[in-house]
Design a protein around this ligand. Structure first.
Ligand code: HEC
Length: 192
């Protein structure tokens, strides 16, 4: 009888110990699970928020198709200084095109003419001014002016950084001069 009781007691003890161990183990697992979840949560909240691609608005008074032109391919490597002895587009200039280097210079050499749909934008900072005061645009539109390689010319100016651009001249005034570089599709500035 005594042995039976002892057996029973030791059996109970074993059950008790193992259930204690089990619950301790379960508790530990639970803790780990919670920790893991917390880590995951903090990870997701700390994940850098992808900045929305800013929709670049066109400068006031300019057409939408030249919005964000400063992110286009720049033809000149260095800003073009004012031409000595009178500059038709007076100022320090940069010239951009809405094409990739690969589009207009496959194999590294610039090809002419420019493809249909090309837009060339020249910005000029007037001497001593820190804002763009002149925007000259050439747009290549198939059929629009076969006599001048289908370029449409237009130029805008403003005299304050918060003013709207207004049209100052177009087409005829421009061809006269740009015809000098007819052999390179009327665009003076070549890709550098
Ligand atoms: C008296 C000459 C002359 C006249 C007129 C002229 N341009 Fe230009 N244009 C230039 C020269 C030179 C450049 C080369 C960059 C520079 O030195 O400004 C140029 C550059 C440009 C560019 C940048 C692409 C390029 O050819 O290098 C655009 C766009 C442009 N002109 C548009 C116009 C428009 C639009 C008009 C008419 C409203 C016009 N131009 C009238 C001489 C002229």
């Amino acid at each position: 009888m005594k042995t039976q009781i002892r057996n029973l007691l030791s059996c109970l003890a074993i059950i008790l110990i193992s259930s204690l161990l089990l619950s301790a183990c379960a508790e530990k697992q639970l803790e780990e699970l919670i920790e893991q979840q917390e880590e995951e949560q903090t990870e997701t909240t700390e994940e850098p928020v992808q900045p929305q691609e800013p929709a670049v608005a066109a400068l006031p008074g300019l057409p939408d198709d030249v919005a964000g032109y400063t992110q286009w391919l720049k033809l000149n490597a260095e800003p073009i200084p004012p031409a000595p002895g009178g500059d038709p587009h007076n100022g320090t200039k940069n010239v951009y095109v809405n094409k990739t280097r690969e589009d207009i210079a496959p194999n590294g050499e610039q090809q002419f003419p420019y493809p249909d749909g090309s837009i060339v934008v020249k910005e000029a900072f007037r001497p001593g001014k820190d804002f763009v005061g002149l925007i000259a645009i050439m747009r290549k539109k198939a059929g629009v002016d076969p006599d001048h390689n289908d370029w449409e010319f237009i130029e805008y100016v403003r005299n304050a950084s918060d003013a709207d651009f207004t049209v100052i001249a177009k087409d005829g005034v421009c061809w006269g001069c740009h015809s000098r570089v007819e052999d390179i599709d009327y665009v003076f500035t070549e890709l550098e």
